[in-house]
Write a protein that binds this ligand. Structure first.
Ligand SMILES: [Zn+2]
Length: 334
């Protein structure tokens, strides 16, 4: 991601954005290269928004970052999670155990977390979902391996409280509101600070890429794109002056960025539609046609997810047919 190529000193990893409000950036070995957590300070007490990725050095890095600005990791009292993807939540359990911090997240995010802790159920569900879209057993095994790696990184935590949509939270004199923004992840929430007019956006709105959308393998009725676009509409109405995202630079042209992301999905959906004709194809076949055959396993998984997201919307717009053929779903144009 832009701006991340140059070397940074440890001190650069924590940035004071305004008085008593910091951004903490940690490196990670994934495509986005880094992730931000945010920190509110009140009389040395700390509230952390997302945690970064749980790597071997992550805890020491966080401790060092806090020390460099005169703060103590033991004073983390509250941890708020935007969603339960590994790069945002995987240190929550570690911090809860170490400092007694309370962990807060939305009900669907906590449900998603619990689903993935029940390995057998999640694996069986993933097998059935990806097989029904035409993936081969070898490709599915590779996805299961990814799931297992991700599961291993997330430390076990308990929800101390569940955050409801529109709920107002207080940390010292600072007030912020929970905004339910499902789409990128089913239980995704953002935090809006009405006085300061900024939003901690997690992965709901990112500056350089459209956040990825994934099917909910436990819920056939969940429509990631429709849900995501509705959640963008909620943010449009908030009147945010600034967004602080989970990855990349903060941005102030909020509604312009939302319009760009909307246009991206409309264009992308029509592009996928262009690959459909009278010949019934599985999502796997379409993904292969669109993205090519020689993708690494994880990229195949992302390609299938993206294809599924647009197929699902095209089906609801009655532009394509979906049929079951030998227990596999196939799609064709109408
Ligand atoms: Zn995410």
């Amino acid at each position: 991601m832009r701006g991340f190529g140059h070397k940074r000193s440890r001190k650069d990893m924590i940035t004071e954005l305004q008085k008593n409000f910091y951004r903490i950036t940690s490196r990670m070995p994934y495509r986005l290269r880094h992730v931000h957590a945010y920190l509110l300070v009140q009389n040395k007490n700390l509230a952390l928004f997302d945690t970064g990725l749980n790597t071997d050095s992550a805890l020491a890095a966080l401790e060092g970052d806090l020390q460099s600005v005169g703060l103590d990791i033991q004073n983390i009292r509250q941890v708020y999670l935007t969603h339960v993807h590994t790069d945002h939540c995987s240190m929550a359990g570690l911090l809860q155990k170490m400092t007694g911090a309370k962990v807060y997240l939305s009900a669907p995010a906590f449900e998603e977390y619990r689903h993935y802790r029940k390995a057998d159920e999640a694996v069986a569900q993933a097998r059935s979902f990806y097989a029904s879209h035409g993936m081969t057993p070898a490709e599915i095994d590779a996805i299961i391996d990814e799931f297992e790696d991700i599961r291993a990184i997330i430390t076990e935590f308990d929800a101390d409280d569940i955050l409801e949509d529109k709920q107002v939270c207080n940390f010292g004199p600072t007030q912020f509101q929970v905004i339910s923004t499902p789409g990128h992840a089913g239980g995704h929430i953002c935090f809006f600070f009405p006085k300061e007019k900024f939003l901690l956006a997690g992965d709901h709105i990112l500056p350089y890429i459209a956040p990825s959308l994934t099917p909910n393998i436990f819920d056939d009725n969940y429509r990631p794109l429709k849900t995501y676009l509705e959640s963008l509409g909620k943010i449009e109405k908030l009147g945010c002056a600034e967004i602080h995202p989970g990855h990349g630079n903060s941005l102030s042209s909020v509604n312009e960025r939302i319009a760009e992301i909307r246009a991206h999905h409309e264009q992308r959906k029509n592009y996928f539609y262009g690959f459909l004709n009278n010949t019934p194809k599985t999502a796997r076949m379409l993904a292969q046609e669109i993205f090519g055959e020689d993708l690494p396993d994880f990229e195949k998984f992302l390609a299938l997810n993206e294809t599924f997201v647009y197929l699902q919307e095209l089906k609801h717009e009655s532009r394509i047919n979906e049929k079951i053929n030998d227990s596999v779903l196939v799609y064709s144009s109408i």
